[in-house]
Structures are given as structure tokens and as C-alpha cells.
Design a protein around this ligand. Structure first.
Ligand code: M6R
Length: 360
């Protein structure tokens, strides 16, 4: 059942301290900076030169998040929409690892990309939530996110777990393929171990309901972020449109001035995600929207410089920029949920959508 919550979505958002703990359980050792991914032991990824991530929807946003982490770990990576893969895939060979990121493991688009990559000689892996899913059977290797069942059509806890698994995987692959392993490994792993508790704090103290109440009758909703904040902005907008039925869009912060700014009015609140990656630039982009009358909600730590101009604040803990976006994402999930609830939407089963899309 819903465990006392009005909707599965809210239950699943609130389960993230547990699902994140399960994702990393037994897989990280902060003492020595080591990552153990079951049978994907040392040497598994030897010879991998490039990585392609294929996924759809929310899982694609997790894949984008992962692709940034992989690139930063020195691994050449692209994230490709699975439904574009058949006509736009970059070339593959036996030095290519194709990773299908799919909660259900049953998404037709993702499965056909995976099958195509396998047929063309790539090595394959799936990051999935469902043991025994088709993706887990088709891919050579599988890595399970262990998020537990997700009933709400809107993916929430599985997004954060997929992103975390890809962050771990980046370090695991780098260990096998890079002579110069990425720095700050221990610090990141220590932060990771503390993530469930800090997520609990975000959930317990979130101001998202008040923010949703203030802005839920706007005309359109913009979400901006840069670096790892960019996929979070995309995901924030997808969640918002999916369950509120209101128009929302996510942009890379720096793109606002290349077109979308024309849409900005006092009726288009801008949610700006600050992940500690060139925040001063994102702040400038948000200010430009504010100058056109848009209210700016800053998703950032307490005491952040963005709060000098922001009209609203959704607080995230001070943390490593690799993880900051995931706390921001929790806040944005809550904003979408509360806005949808104020608008009286069904939430768990939005119109026209299915939990698992088994046709191409
Ligand atoms: O099961 P998958 O992760 O492969 O599903 C992919 C998308 O259909 C899915 O992420 C969808 O975008 C979400 N349910 C949206 O919240």
C-alpha cells in the first residue's frame, strides 16, 4: 500500500534515504576509496575506450548525469536517446561499452538500442531496477539499483539510484582504464555514505509545498542548471509537466539567452539549480530572467550568493558537486508533487502515460 501517504509518488520520494542506502550498500569502501560492484570485478572493463549510454525519459536524464561523471573521470562517453539510436548512433566496436539505463528493463526503445549495439559487436551492460527483466537478460552484464518497486508512473527514487550507480560505475571503469585515476575519490565516497541521512534532512525541512503554493498558477515553468545541474533541470521540467499538466521546460542555464529568454515574463517562474559548478554564471543567467520580471527560486545551500537576489529558496546541503544535483532533484520532485496536488491532478497515473512503454 501507500504506507500512509496520499500517493505512491510521495511515498517513493520519501523512500530515497533507504533506496540510496541500498544502492551503495556493500559497494563502497570510503576507507580505501574502493568500489566493488559484485561480479564486475577489477579488470572487467579493461580495453573499454568509449562508453555510450542509451535510455529514455527520466532514465535518459540519469544517463546524461552519468555521462558527465564518466567524462570527468576521463572516459569518452555519450548519452544517446534510445529512440534515436537506430538512426543516430555513434559507431561502436569491441572497445565500446553500451550501457542501457532502464528502471523497468522493459522499455522497447531501450531494448532495441541494446540489441542493435550487441549485434554490432559492442560490449553491453544494463543499469536496471528489475532482476529478471528483459534488459538484464539481453545485456552481457547487469547492475541492479536495488531501489525496490516503483509504482508511481513518475520515476523518482529510481532516478537518484540510477545516477548514483553511474557515478560509482564511472570510478570502477576509470580504475580499469585510466592510468591516472580521478582525484578526490575518498572524499566523494565519504559524501556518498552520508547521502541517505542528508536526503532525510532535505525531505524533513523542505519548503517545496510553500513554493508550489506560491507559484502553481503560473503560465509556464522554467528549470535551469549547468554541469550536473543541467540534467537535473531537464528532469525537474519533465516531472513537472508529467504530473501537473502544466507547461515546463528545462534548459542549460547558459542557453536561456540564446532563445528561451523571449518567453520569460512575470508569469514564468525560473527554478535555478546551483551545484557549485560555475554558479556565478548560472546566477547571472537567472538574474537576466529576473530582470524580465520572472520570479527566481534558487535551489542551493544556505548562505549561497544566489539568495541575495532569489525570490524563493529550496535548500540543499553543502556537498560535493557530483552529488549536489541529486539533492536539488529531491526538492524539485517535491515541488512537482505539491503543485500537482494543489491542481488536483491524479499524480500516480497521469493521463496518456504508462509506467513501462513497451512499444517503439
Ligand atoms: O523503465 P525505463 O526507465 O526504461 O523508462 C523510461 C521512461 O519511460 C521513464 O523514465 C519515464 O520517462 C518516466 N516514467 C517519467 O517519470
Amino acid at each position: 500500500g501507500k504506507g500512509g501517504y496520499d500517493h505512491f509518488m510521495l511515498k517513493e520520494i520519501n523512500e530515497q534515504p533507504t533506496s540510496l542506502a541500498q544502492a551503495v550498500e556493500g559497494r563502497i569502501d570510503p576507507e580505501n576509496g574502493r568500489i566493488t560492484l559484485e561480479d564486475l570485478g577489477p579488470g572487467t572493463f579493461a580495453g573499454i575506450e568509449t562508453v555510450q549510454l542509451v535510455a529514455c525519459g527520466t532514465s535518459y536524464h540519469a544517463a546524461l548525469y552519468g555521462s558527465i561523471a564518466l567524462n570527468r573521470a576521463g572516459i569518452r562517453t555519450t548519452a544517446v536517446l534510445a529512440n534515436e539510436y537506430s538512426i543516430s548512433a555513434p559507431p561502436v566496436d569491441d572497445g565500446t561499452l553500451v550501457i542501457a539505463v532502464t528502471q523497468s528493463g522493459e522499455t522497447a526503445d531501450t531494448l532495441s538500442a541494446l540489441r542493435q549495439a550487441k549485434l554490432e559487436g559492442a560490449r553491453t551492460l544494463t543499469v536496471t531496477n528489475v532482476v529478471g527483466s528483459t534488459a538484464a537478460r539481453v545485456a552481457t552484464d547487469a547492475l541492479f539499483i536495488r531501489a525496490g518497486p516503483e509504482i508511481g508512473v513518475a520515476a523518482t527514487k529510481t532516478f537518484s539510484s540510477q545516477a548514483i550507480m553511474l557515478v560509482l560505475l564511472a570510478r570502477r571503469i576509470a580504475a580499469d582504464t585510466q592510468s591516472d585515476p580521478p582525484e578526490n575519490g575518498e572524499a566523494l565516497l565519504a559524501e556518498l555514505a552520508g547521502m541517505p541521512d542528508r536526503t532525510e534532512d532535505v525531505l524533513a525541512t523542505s519548503d517545496a509545498e510553500r513554493i508550489a503554493r506560491r507559484y502553481h498558477d503560473s503560465r509556464s515553468y522554467f528549470f535551469i542548471g549547468r554541469g550536473l545541474g543541467f540534467p537535473v533541470a531537464l528532469e525537474g521540467a519533465l516531472k513537472f509537466k508529467e504530473i501537473t499538466y502544466e507547461h515546463a521546460e528545462g534548459f542549460a542555464s547558459g542557453e536561456l539567452k540564446h532563445g528561451p529568454l523571449a518567453l520569460v515574463t512575470p508569469e514564468t517562474p525560473v527554478f535555478a539549480v546551483f551545484t557549485g559548478e560555475e554558479d556565478e554564471k548560472t546566477l547571472k543567467n537567472a538574474s537576466e530572467a529576473q530582470t524580465r520580471g520572472a520570479p527566481v527560486v534558487a535551489v542551493c545551500p544556505a548562505g549561497h550568493e544566489a539568495l541575495e537576489i532569489a525570490d524563493g529558496h529550496l535548500e540543499i546541503p553543502e556537498t560535493n558537486s557530483t552529488l549536489a544535483g541529486l539533492f536539488a532533484n529531491v526538492q524539485l520532485q517535491l515541488v512537482s508533487y505539491h503543485a500537482a496536488s494543489l491542481l488536483d491532478r491524479p499524480i500516480d497515473k497521469p493521463r496518456n502515460l504508462a509506467k513501462s512503454v513497451t512499444v517503439e
